[in-house]
Design a protein around this ligand. Structure first.
Ligand SMILES: C[S@@+](CC[C@H](N)C(=O)[O-])C[C@H]1O[C@@H](n2cnc3c(N)ncnc32)[C@H](O)[C@@H]1O
Length: 364
C-alpha cells in the first residue's frame, strides 16, 4: 500500500439501520417555461450540485483502530471489562466517530461481526469481547435491555463508569434528537411505528418498521409527546452533521490490519492514516499540521506493536510500517516505563493529536 493512496473502496455509507432519511432534501425547484428536455437537464445538474455541496458540507470523521489481542493478556473478566471500559471512555472523551477492532488473522476475508455469531459463547476472542463491551457502552442505558440479549461477558459492565455522552439522555431531558428502538405497536391514527426514545411515552414515526431496530429520531421544535404528531427518523450522522453534537461511535470488526483499511465503510476510504509506536518519529504536537482529511484513522497495536500486525498480515507482505501509514508517530517520547500499554497510548495519543485534529475540523 503506497503512501497517500486512499484506503478502502467500499461505497457503502455508515447507515446500518437505514430507515430512509428525508429524500426531499435533494429536491430542487425548477424555473417555468423550459422544455421537458431542458428541465430534465437542469434538474440533473442541480441535483449534482446539491450532492457536491452535501459532500463538502459533510464533517470529517476520526476513527481509531486497535488490536483485539490486548484483551487476551488480562487476567480476569473484571479486568478485561475494565480495559474495554477505558477504551470506550477514551473514544467518547475525544469524540471518536468509529472504533475498529482488528484481529491478527493472516489472510482471512471473513469480516463479519463475531459478536453476532453465537449469543451465548463466553469463550469469545479478545476482539469479539471488546466489540461487545464497546457497543454496549455506547448504547443509551434505556435501550440496552431491548438491544442486548443477556450474555455472560456482560456480567461486569454495570461496574464501569458511564460514558455520559450527549445521546445518553435522561428521562426528563429534552434534546433535538434522541436514540430510540422501534416497538411492535403502531400509532392508531397514522399507522406509523411507535418508538421508545427513553421518555415517559413512546413517540410515533412516519415509517413502518419491524420491532427492535435502533433509530435516531428528530424530536422537532415542540416539546410534545402527542403520539399523533409523527416524528422523523434521521440518519445517525445528522446530529453531528447538522447540530455539531457528538453522537457516539460506531464499532466495526476487521480480521487483520489490512482489512481495517480495505473494508472502510466511509465513501472514498480513509484518506489519512496515522500509526502509533515508540519507533515512530518524534515531533512536538504544536509542530504537527495534518492535511485537510475527510476520514482520519489512528491505529494502535497490541503487545508487540503495529509492526508485528503488519508482518503477520499476508496482504502487507514486505511492507514496513512507514509505508503502510502516512505518519508513524511516537506520541510519548522519553517514556519512563519500558512499555506503554495500548489503553494508555490511546489516551496519550488522542490528547497529543487533539490540537492538530481540531485545526482541521474547525474549517468545516
Ligand atoms: C505495548 S505497546 C507495543 C510496543 C511496541 N514496541 C511499539 O511499537 O510501540 C502497544 C501499543 O501502544 C502504542 N504505543 C506504545 N508506546 C507508544 C509511543 N511511545 N508512542 C505512540 N504509541 C505508543 C502503540 O500503538 C503500540 O502498538
Amino acid at each position: 500500500m503506497g503512501k497517500k493512496k486512499k484506503r478502502g473502496e467500499s461505497e457503502a455509507e455508515w447507515e446500518p439501520l437505514n430507515i430512509e432519511r428525508n429524500k426531499e432534501q435533494n429536491d430542487v425547484h425548477l424555473g417555468n417555461g423550459d422544455s421537458q428536455e431542458q428541465k430534465k437537464k437542469k434538474k440533473k445538474k442541480s441535483k449534482e450540485m446539491v450532492k457536491e455541496e452535501n459532500v463538502l458540507k459533510e464533517k470529517p470523521t476520526v476513527s481509531i483502530a486497535l488490536a483485539g489481542s490486548i484483551v487476551d493478556n488480562t487476567q480476569s473478566l473484571e479486568l478485561a471489562t475494565r480495559l474495554a471500559g477505558q477504551i470506550a471512555r477514551a473514544s467518547t472523551i475525544f469524540r471518536i466517530d468509529e472504533v475498529v477492532v482488528f484481529d491478527n488473522i493472516g489472510s482471512s476475508v471473513d469480516s463479519s461481526d463475531p459478536t453476532l455469531e453465537d449469543g451465548s459463547n463466553d469463550d469469545e476472542s479478545g476482539a469479539a469481547f471488546l466489540l461487545r463491551i464497546l457497543k454496549y457502552m455506547e448504547t443509551p442505558q434505556y435501550l440496552r435491555k431491548s438491544l442486548f440479549p443477556m450474555h455472560n461477558n456482560l456480567r461486569y459492565v454495570g461496574s464501569l463508569p458511564p460514558l455520559d455522552a450527549p445521546h445518553h439522555l435522561r428521562k426528563h431531558e429534552w434534546a433535538p434528537y434522541r436514540e430510540g428502538v422501534t416497538l411492535k405497536d403502531r400509532n392508531l391514527t397514522s399507522g406509523g411505528t411507535l418508538v421508545d426514545v427513553g421518555l415517559s411515552k413512546p413517540v410515533a414515526i412516519d415509517q413502518v418498521s419491524g420491532p427492535g431496530i435502533r433509530v435516531t429520531v428528530s424530536m422537532g421544535a415542540e416539546r410534545s409527546l402527542d403520539a399523533d404528531i409523527p416524528h422523523q427518523v434521521v440518519s445517525s450522522s445528522t446530529p453531528r452533521e447538522d447540530a455539531g453534537m457528538y453522537w457516539g461511535y460506531k464499532v466495526r470488526y476487521a480480521p487483520n490490519i489490512s482489512s481495517v483499511f480495505k473494508n472502510c465503510l466511509y465513501k472514498g476510504g480513509y484518506d489519512h492514516v496515522i500509526g502509533t509506536s515508540e519507533h515512530g518519529i518524534v515531533m512536538k504536537s504544536s509542530d504537527l499540521t495534518l492535511p485537510s482529511f475527510r476520514h482520519l484513522l489512528i491505529a494502535f497495536g497490541g503487545l508487540a506493536g503495529l509492526e508485528e500486525c503488519i508482518e503477520e498480515d499476508n496482504n502487507l507482505k514486505g511492507k514496513s510500517a512507514k509505508e503502510v501509514f502516512d505518519l508513524y508517530l511516537n506520541t510519548c517520547p522519553h517514556q519512563g516505563s519500558r512499555t506503554i500499554r495500548t489503553e494508555e497510548a490511546i489516551f496519550i495519543s488522542l490528547q497529543y493529536l487533539q490540537e492538530p485534529i481540531n485545526s482541521v475540523l474547525q474549517k468545516f
